[in-house]
Design a binder for this molecule. Structure first.
Ligand SMILES: [Zn+2]
Length: 111
């Protein structure tokens, strides 16, 4: 199990209850594509995408959503586009909830 080896692993109870992305209790131990919250025994995989422009991050994917890298990258790009476009308000509301609006605004100004 690593961020870069691309090999599936089986979720453990400790992982499902552990901190992910700065949140406790496995709250964000979820599939990046469908939102499924992983449970012990689920098959999970990291898809390395930091080497692809516009698809940053290393999404966790569930067994159901897993597939070729190109398909996962395209879904990530579509998700980012939807959040920055159609769902901009929700992105802002969630960012505000997390206290990172100032960082997003600075990012916008620097584009
Ligand atoms: Zn999924």
């Amino acid at each position: 199990m690593s961020f870069t080896d691309g090999k599936p692993f089986t979720a453990t109870e400790a992982q499902c209850k552990g901190p992910w992305l700065g949140r406790p209790n496995g709250e964000l131990f979820r599939c990046f594509l469908c939102g499924h919250k992983f449970e012990p025994g689920d098959v999970v995989r990291w898809q390395y995408t930091n080497d692809v422009s516009g698809a940053g991050g290393i999404p966790l994917v569930c067994e159901k959503c897993d597939g070729p890298k190109e398909v996962i990258v395209e879904e990530m790009r579509e998700g980012y586009a939807a959040v920055r476009g159609r769902y901009w308000y929700f992105a802002r509301a969630l960012a505000n909830e997390a206290g990172i609006v100032a960082a997003l605004e600075a990012e916008e100004r620097n584009r």
